[in-house]
Design a protein around this ligand. Structure first.
Ligand code: SF4
Ligand code: MG
Length: 336
């Protein structure tokens, strides 16, 4: 059994404008020590999905199942969720300033997190571990920096501190939601390297949420592409990049500078993500799809195996036959 197994997750919110159906039947699994990349534009449901697992979407109507080590997170009480959050599943967000308290020293915040879950560990031991963690994530002079406030840290250093905090309790799963989006390219690469290294060292499972396929290009074992609250395509990393089936996945590849080889061939996906209140009929991607057929407007595609692929996990929700996509061309381009 996988560490986390999510089945048919559905999340909706009532708003004055109508019901927002943010997640509409998504399934995925993460194994110990592996990385699942969840990719999609904003509003695809990728953040809402994981926030719901963590019990962080109050007021939402939720159904489905999310087994973490065999127990359903969606029906766990708040008490159990408080134990799980941080100690068993940790989250890293785009903006560390929203998670780090501005008025407390960085070291102290890590200490308090440890203490909240391990009340019996002595002060000195906790303090030592907090400083060690800051060192582990590459913060120079960690004992000294532990005495500083978040605003005295650069963006990259703050993100490192967040990672230290996430790892301090040695969680089984880390959920990182756009952890490097706010950073410049060089710092982003350093943070991704660090996460990759620590994940191996700590044997943590990782869910990496991003709008940028480039971010997980050499990181994810498995990739879930989300669009309009649903899974558009799922596969292991290589087939996803080299033999994408869904036109949306292809569109993402062609519009992502760090994933596409020739920047001159960058092509943004025209149009806007769908309204999740008035969801398009048929295929949710049809208003933007260059391959749209009559059938796409009326019939909703389901996830079907991509045949002829040596990846048994590769599925795609699109009516197009494989040949129609001219697969292979992108693969060539990406290999160059
Ligand atoms: Fe495009 Fe039709 Fe496939 Fe949807 S089902 S992605 S509209 S070709
Ligand atoms: Mg988000």
């Amino acid at each position: 059994m996988s560490l986390l197994e999510v089945t048919d997750l559905r999340v909706s919110f009532s708003t004055p404008d109508g019901v927002v159906r943010a997640v509409r039947g998504v399934s995925f699994a993460v194994d110990r020590g592996r990385t699942l990349g969840i990719v999609g534009e904003s509003g695809s449901g990728k953040s809402v999905s994981t926030q719901t697992l963590m019990g962080l979407t109050p007021g939402a109507k939720v159904s489905g199942q999310a087994l973490f080590e065999g127990a359903d997170l969606l029906t766990a009480g708040e008490r159990r969720m408080r134990q799980i959050r941080g100690a068993e599943i940790a989250m890293i967000f785009q903006d560390p300033l929203s998670s780090l308290h501005p008025l407390y020293k960085v070291g102290r915040q890590i200490e308090e997190m440890i203490r909240a879950h391990e009340p019996d560990t002595g002060r000195d031991a906790v303090r030592k571990r907090a400083v060690e963690m800051l060192g582990t994530v590459g913060i120079p002079q960690p004992a000294q920096r532990a005495e500083e406030y978040p605003h005295q840290f650069s963006g990259g250093m703050r993100q490192r501190a967040m990672i230290a905090m996430a790892l301090a309790l040695n969680p089984k799963l880390i959920i990182a939601d756009e952890p490097t989006t706010a950073l410049d390219a060089t710092v982003q690469a350093q943070i991704l390297d660090l996460m990759r290294r620590l994940q191996r060292e700590f044997d943590t499972a990782l869910i990496m949420i991003t709008h940028d396929l480039g971010v997980i290009a050499d990181m994810a074992d498995d990739v879930l592409v989300m669009y309009g609250g649903k899974a558009a395509e799922k596969a292991r990393r290589r087939p996803l990049y080299y033999r994408p089936h869904h036109p949306y996945t292809k569109g993402l590849l062609q519009s992502t500078p760090s994933a596409a080889a020739g920047a001159d061939r960058l092509r943004p996906i025209p149009g806007q993500p769908p309204s999740l209140i008035n969801i398009p009929t048929g295929c949710v991607f049809h208003p933007r799809c260059e391959y749209v057929m009559d059938r796409c407007v009326t019939d909703e595609p389901v996830l079907d195996p991509v045949t002829g692929d040596d990846d048994p996990t590769h599925v795609s929700a699109c009516w197009l036959p494989l040949e129609a996509l001219g697969l292979g061309e992108d693969a060539e381009r990406l290999r160059q």
